[in-house]
Design a protein around this ligand. Structure first.
Ligand code: PHB
Length: 396
């Protein structure tokens, strides 16, 4: 149990430790606390439409822990896993279980934006250091931002904004966004619309269905009547596989584009149906940097499949945590210096150089990609070094 969770202030622990060391050679409470492993709770989907996303994040976190000899800041890292099933209704009790019952020192989670809200309620109150390795809901690093919450992935706004910029530059004028009716769908639609309309285009109201449903036919049937010259989309995981296949079979004239999750980690299952689709994302195939080359080969060895953006985000959650813990030599109770190091973190990701924004979300290039030969080939940079606006976040 951490000193914070025991209700013991850091100062009490240090004072107590000093008194003890002076009097005896017995290991101090502080030394004992430092010697125990740091518990890192992974709250991720290991079942349902996002199961593979959670698995890839986990493989990559474990990979970085192994690269660092099993220790961050000199402390052994112990992983506790919890399958959140991408079910928002279970999220508060699941997060509570990790924080209160398992008494983790750090939470890394999750994938689904609605589940993230449940985690956020719990950790904003408990003060547990939390790193978001996927879920893009803007609130977490905008109006509800918290000093103990960092994100190594993206906001839903970032890749979709990049896609909107690229679609407007291509000369498209009228678009519609097709998506699941939940935070990630709405917020990515808003990012696309903002950029596309700045570029002179018009976006119709979203076409939506409830998460995680895949009854796409009624939506696809509406598209020909809308007169759009491009269709933008946010789907991911198993749902994205099916949407892309059904879109191709429908023989629609308007090309499909989207946030890059639409074709990320899914191309094997989508086959030819995905050929030519352009998307924007903070990762892609053929990014030529040394970190990426080493990362991809190590990931393939560990997971038995190619890395994707989810693996990158998991790896970077672990890189970020290691940076913070190394800075305080494993003393997670030294919150001021821990957060200072995390906020200042600038590091090489397999996606390229990244840094943290003032609202503690990642700042990164958004690449334009095109599906060719089963790969999301990077064909340009849609938005360089793009930070989420962090609207409403006030951190001292
Ligand atoms: C989200 O719910 O924020 C989410 C889920 C899957 C993705 C991206 C975003 O691939």
């Amino acid at each position: 149990m951490s000193a914070r969770q025991q209700g013991v202030s850091r100062r009490t622990v240090i004072k107590g430790a000093g008194a003890l060391t002076a009097a005896t050679a017995v290991p101090t409470g502080w030394a004992i606390a430092q010697a125990r492993p740091l518990k890192v709770g992974l709250m991720l989907p290991y079942s349902g439409t996002f199961a593979q996303l959670g698995e890839n994040i986990t493989h990559a976190i474990e990979m970085h822990i192994a690269e660092k000899g099993g220790k961050f800041g000199g402390r052994d890292i112990q992983i506790v896993r919890l399958d959140d099933e991408s079910k928002p209704e279970l999220a508060p009790q699941n997060a509570d279980r990790l924080v209160k019952r398992d008494q983790v020192d750090v939470v890394i989670g999750t994938v689904h934006s609605g589940v993230q809200m449940g985690i956020h309620k719990v950790v904003a109150e408990s003060g547990t250091l939390t790193i978001v390795p996927n879920a893009g809901n803007v609130a977490v690093t905008r109006d509800l931002c918290a000093k103990n919450v960092f994100r190594s992935s993206f906001t839903n706004w970032q890749p979709a904004y990049g896609m909107g910029v690229a679609a407007a530059k291509k000369g498209y004028k009228k678009a519609v966004w097709v998506t699941w009716d939940y935070a990630a769908g709405h917020e990515s639609g808003a990012g696309f619309k903002e950029a596309f309309e700045k570029g002179g285009g018009q976006v119709l109201p979203n076409l939506m269905l409830p998460f995680p449903q895949t009854n796409f036919q009624p939506l696809l049937a509406q598209i020909p009547g809308l007169g759009v010259d491009v269709v933008g989309s946010f789907f991911a995981g198993g749902g994205a596989v099916q949407f892309v296949k059904e879109y191709a079979s429908a023989g629609l004239k308007a090309p499909l584009c989207g946030s890059g999750f639409l074709t990320e980690g899914t191309l094997g299952a989508q086959g030819n149906a995905a050929d030519g689709i352009e998307t924007a994302l903070h990762y892609g195939d053929g990014l030529d940097n040394a970190k990426n080359t080493a990362f991809r080969s190590a990931f393939k060895q560990k997971a038995g499949r190619e890395a994707d953006v989810y693996a990158v985000q998991g790896y970077d959650a672990a890189q970020l945590l290691a940076i913070g813990l190394d800075a305080v030599k494993g003393n997670i109770e030294d919150e001021a210096n821990l957060y200072k190091a995390l906020r200042a973190a600038k590091f090489d990701s397999p996606r390229g150089p990244v840094s943290m924004s003032p609202a503690q979300n990642i700042t990164q290039n958004i690449y334009l990609r095109k599906v060719e030969g089963g790969l999301n080939k990077v064909v340009g940079v849609a938005a360089e070094n793009l930070a989420d606006p962090g609207t409403g976040c006030k951190l001292a």
